[in-house]
Design a binder for this molecule. Structure first.
Ligand SMILES: NC(=O)c1ccc[n+]([C@@H]2O[C@H](COP(=O)([O-])OP(=O)(O)OC[C@H]3O[C@@H](n4cnc5c(N)ncnc54)[C@H](OP(=O)(O)O)[C@@H]3O)[C@@H](O)[C@H]2O)c1
Length: 247
């Protein structure tokens, strides 16, 4: 299975990327700054990745142009590690089509990173869906946010349901639009609704429930979100559904 990853320089995406490479899946990753992808892989991937990173530094040529598949990272992690990097932005349809070309499954762990302009998630989702519809790839797993649906959560207190949607009005609206685009795509999608993200370890011990977080659950580590994504991808779990994760 060939996997395309968007958001691989991010925290959830970095865990997913390293899992996929360690498991031996060929990966194509989109990165605005491919060098960040290498750093993420080095930081999280342990000695095996570190050795490959050193190999890249050994091969580094000053002033080398990096366009499309990035030469430097390709030297670092490909073909031995099976990683191809496409330099580009998720809002650029051409770059997204390039990263998805040849993929059997697509994972998006994009996040706006405090961007001033909203609409990253919905815009990227449109690009991903249209690229997948063109190539015929079916499986899409996308990180979403449970908080964006809190007003419908019967277990959430009235006060929280009033406050949170006001504080995060714009990012939550983007998340809901993203989900709408993906739901209407006809693909085999899974929308992974994370609760509050923390940087704890991967435990594999968390609760999952459809649509809304398990009662009393308010947080999940990024590493465990990646664990869930890996399990859903390899086990064909949660097709056309929006599971919410929490401890
Ligand atoms: N914070 C929470 O408590 C919480 C709760 C539930 C769900 N979530 C959701 O979880 C998701 C991911 O979280 P995270 O902590 O792993 O995110 P993160 O570490 O901030 O990573 C975001 C990723 O998106 C990439 N990205 C941003 N804009 C891009 C663009 N225009 N083109 C290409 N790549 C772009 C970043 O690339 P660069 O390296 O180039 O910046 C990075 O790889 C977010 O969607 C967020 O909404 C968050």
């Amino acid at each position: 299975m060939r996997i395309a990853i968007l958001g691989g320089t991010g925290r959830i995406g970095g865990h997913v990327l390293n899992w996929a490479l360690d498991a031996g899946y060929p990966v194509t990753a989109l990165a605005r700054r491919p060098e960040a992808l290498r750093q993420a892989a080095l930081a999280q991937g342990g000695r095996r990745q570190e050795e490959r990173g050193q190999a890249a530094r050994d091969h580094e040529a000053p002033g080398r142009e990096a366009r499309g598949a990035d030469a430097l990272v390709a030297a670092a992690l490909s073909p031995a590690a099976g990683l191809t990097v496409v330099r580009g932005d998720a809002l650029d349809q051409t770059a997204v089509a390039e990263v998805i070309a040849g993929a059997d499954a697509v994972i998006s762990a994009l996040g706006p990173r405090g961007a001033k302009t909203s609409g990253l998630l919905a815009g990227a989702a449109s690009n991903i869906v249209s690229a997948m519809q063109q190539t015929g790839a079916r499986r899409l797993i996308c990180v979403s946010a449970a908080g964006a649906f809190i007003t419908g959560d019967p277990d959430m207190s009235w006060l929280v349901r009033q406050i949170l949607p006001r504080v995060f009005a714009k990012p939550f609206a983007d998340v809901r639009r993203m989900e709408d685009v993906i739901r209407e795509s006809g693909l085999d999608w899974t929308l992974v609704r994370a609760t509050r993200l923390v940087n704890g370890p991967r435990t594999g011990q968390y609760r999952v429930s459809p649509y809304y977080p398990p009662r009393g659950g308010g947080k999940i580590s990024r590493a465990d979100v990646a664990h869930f994504i890996a399990a859903a991808l390899t086990g064909d779990g949660w097709p056309r559904s929006a599971p919410a994760l929490a401890y």
